[in-house]
Design a protein around this ligand. Structure first.
Ligand SMILES: Cc1ncc(COP(=O)(O)O)c(C=O)c1O
Length: 389
């Protein structure tokens, strides 16, 4: 059994507190975190943020996405994917998902491309990589910026590459439910130095002195009254040192923190192997699932979502979430027409609409393997109780 927050996290937090936030100690943990993250993923630049929504806002703006530009997003994701597009002043365009993997369907993306399309945000939903190959081919053919939303995906692989190193930039979240956490926090990866520089400046109040690999400004420079600070209007999206301290420890423990989720996913998969009405999320070829949660679809001939939930709880299963509402059906959007002319209502993305009410998101964050095995047994008993079909 491992601790989600252990000795290493405590030690790094104590280091920050011992520094008493003196400017001489400023952003040291953040620099260490960024170096460790970039190294683990084999990326040139890692730029930390205060969350995994600010990351995407900054990356889109830094890539030159703005008013009048269209950005293709899936509807089956947390709303931040779409919000980031709107924060950048651009127009989200919803493309439907693949019925097997539930991630952006390349054919739907191709159909959604217009002369105004500038970018797309494939989401590694629940830890499953999107089918990057056809998406990157479309991006190359239409000169689109590809921002991976990997908030839920740490260490999945696609065709031999780590997810997070395939698009032009990728975004991660350290929010409390994620594989690695510092309560709140985020990270961008990119190999493009110019893009990294613009991302950093945008998230650091437009400071001229920051750079792709440099978050900190020297005190000698900034004390000079003739010093000119701001080259643009930026946001203060910087990661706090205390959060960086926790995140650094989590990055150093990344394998230990991801492995139990993958193991729990494998145990759940085995438990439903003979059930005809519980269908696990499919994977693209030659790829792995980081199992942020382990998600099953209830087939139409299976029990209702609430009957399944009641049976699972009766068998000792832990309460689980359904999928988020599709983003365009959230009250803030439902019934409106987007600037791209999409009518944001039922009928827009039929595959996602069919899937969303039928998803069961089993928790995988069991750092005690015995607990994961117990939940897999509860799932097995639930299938037996309801009839395997
Ligand atoms: C797919 C996805 N994208 C973006 C986010 C936003 O991350 P954050 O909560 O760090 O802003 C989350 C999670 O919260 C998410 O699950």
């Amino acid at each position: 059994v491992i601790d989600r927050i252990g000795e290493l996290e405590r030690r790094y937090v104590a280091e920050v507190l011992d520094g008493a936030f003196r400017s001489s100690a400023g952003s040291r943990m953040t620099a260490r975190l960024e170096a460790a993250f970039a190294e683990r993923f084999g990326a040139r630049f890692a730029i930390s943020f205060n969350n995994g929504t600010a990351t995407m806002h900054a990356a889109l703006v830094a890539a030159g996405v703005g008013p009048g530009d269209e950005v293709i997003v899936p509807p089956l994701t947390m709303a931040s994917t779409t919000f980031a597009v709107l924060h950048a002043g651009a127009i989200p365009v919803f493309a439907d998902v693949d019925p097997r993997t539930w991630t952006l369907d390349p054919a739907a993306v191709a159909a959604a491309i217009t002369p105004r399309t500038r970018a797309m945000i494939p989401v590694a939903l629940y830890g499953v990589p999107p089918d990057f190959k056809p998406l990157m081919d479309l991006a190359a053919a239409h000169d689109l910026f590809v921002l991976e939303d990997d908030a839920q995906c740490f260490l999945s692989e696609y065709h031999g590459a780590l997810v997070g190193t395939i698009g032009h930039a990728s975004s991660f979240s350290f929010q409390s439910s994620k594989h690695l956490t510092s309560g709140e926090g985020g990270m961008i990866l990119t190999d493009d130095e110019e893009l990294a520089h613009r991302i950093r400046r945008f998230g650091s109040l437009g400071y001229l002195a920051v750079a792709a690999g440099k978050a900190r400004i020297s005190r000698d420079d900034i004390q000079d009254p003739s010093y000119e600070r701001h080259g643009e209007v930026g946001w203060n999206y910087r990661m706090a040192e205390l959060c960086s301290a926790v995140a650094l420890a989590q990055v150093e423990r990344i394998d230990e923190l991801v492995a139990p989720r993958v193991a729990a996913g494998a145990a759940f998969a085995e438990a439903v192997a003979d059930c005809s009405w519980l269908v696990p999320q499919g994977l693209p070829t030659d790829s792995t699932n980081a199992c942020w949660t382990y998600v099953l679809r209830l087939a139409d001939e299976g029990p209702s979502w609430s009957d399944f939930r009641a049976a699972f709880l009766a068998e000792g299963g832990h309460p689980f979430y359904g999928a988020w509402q599709l983003t365009y059906l959230e009250p803030v959007f439902r019934g409106t027409t987007s600037e791209a002319g999409q009518v944001l209502n039922r009928g827009l993305c039929p595959v996602a609409e069919q899937l969303q009410p039928r998803l069961i998101q089993l928790k995988t964050n069991y750092l005690d393997p015995g607990e994961a095995a117990g939940q897999a047994d509860a799932l097995r008993r639930t299938v037996k109780r309801l009839g395997p079909g």
